[in-house]
Design a protein around this ligand. Structure first.
Ligand SMILES: C[S@@+](CC[C@H](N)C(=O)[O-])C[C@H]1O[C@@H](n2cnc3c(N)ncnc32)[C@H](O)[C@@H]1O
Length: 254
């Protein structure tokens, strides 16, 4: 299976409860559109639209919005949920629109999941009209008070350093693609949780059961015990919070 097929399958499986699980995307979609500040009637293309976090914020401003996604599951949900959207199943790196057909291209948390982000940025530039705006959001690696949980995952499942795209990497790619780049805006979206069971549910939805099933006998239970002890300490020391941060990147096609 290619990484594109893996990604398509992953997002198909997530389609039904995507915005419940990724609690921050709706707010971030609103903030991205607020920053781009499109006038009513602006021709917007939202790439990797998912369940519509960015597209719906642009629709709320009276924009003419087209949404594309590679996942058939996301496309089906977008079509059903937003009859006023034009929805297409397309790849970010091979958009099927004429040159210069949009005034604003948006992509919320998309560039970092692509195999070839540079190819996608070249496409975003091609379909933007001269003077048009590109608005992207990127996850910012935040640990905050969740250091104990990151350490726990590292000890049981390894990895952790990751190869996440940093804001400066994205700005360099934008510059190479020929955009006039503005400094990114940092935003935070913490989510307070009622109890440790809520945090456990959130981890389960992100694939914890599969990760635990791959551990040697007995280790899954040890993980569970350590997790609940760590969560209890965090609750006592100021409450349980999932911390999330992003950078918003606006640039202009000259
Ligand atoms: C992290 S989600 C973000 C969804 C949405 N933009 C949001 O802010 O909630 C990434 C989305 O990009 C889509 N995607 C992944 N690879 C893609 C590609 N090559 N072309 C178009 N969409 C893609 C996924 O199907 C998924 O819906």
């Amino acid at each position: 299976m290619t990484s594109t097929e893996r990604s398509r399958r992953k997002y198909d499986q997530l389609a039904d409860n995507y915005e419940e699980l990724f609690f921050y995307v709706a707010d971030m979609g609103r903030r991205l559109v607020e920053l781009a500040d499109p006038a009513p009637g602006t021709r917007v293309l939202d790439v990797g639209a998912g369940r519509g976090a960015v597209a719906r914020a642009a629709l709320a401003r009276g924009c003419a919005v087209t949404a594309v996604d590679a996942s058939p599951g996301m496309v089906a949900r977008l079509t059903a949920d937003y009859p006023e959207l034009t929805v297409r199943q397309q790849d970010a790196g091979a958009l099927d629109f004429p040159d210069g057909s949009f005034d604003l291209v948006t992509a919320g948390f998309v560039v970092q999941v692509l195999d070839d982000p540079a190819a996608a940025l070249a496409e975003f530039r091609r379909v933007l009209a001269p003077g048009g705006t590109l608005a992207l959001s990127l996850e910012r690696q935040t640990v905050g008070r969740l250091g104990w949980l990151h350490d726990l995952y590292k000890r049981y499942f390894g990895g952790g350093s990751g190869s996440a795209m940093a804001a400066a990497d994205l700005d360099a790619l934008l510059d190479e693609a020929g955009f006039a780049v503005r400094p990114p805006v940092e935003v935070d979206a913490p989510k307070a949780l009622d109890d440790a069971a809520d945090m456990w549910w959130w981890m389960e939805a992100q694939g914890l059961p599969q990760a635990l099933a791959a551990l040697p006998a007995g280790r899954a239970e040890e993980f569970r015990v350590e997790f609940f002890a760590g969560a209890e300490r965090m609750r006592e020391e100021g409450g349980l919070v999932l911390e999330f941060g992003a950078t918003l990147h606006l640039s202009t096609r000259p």
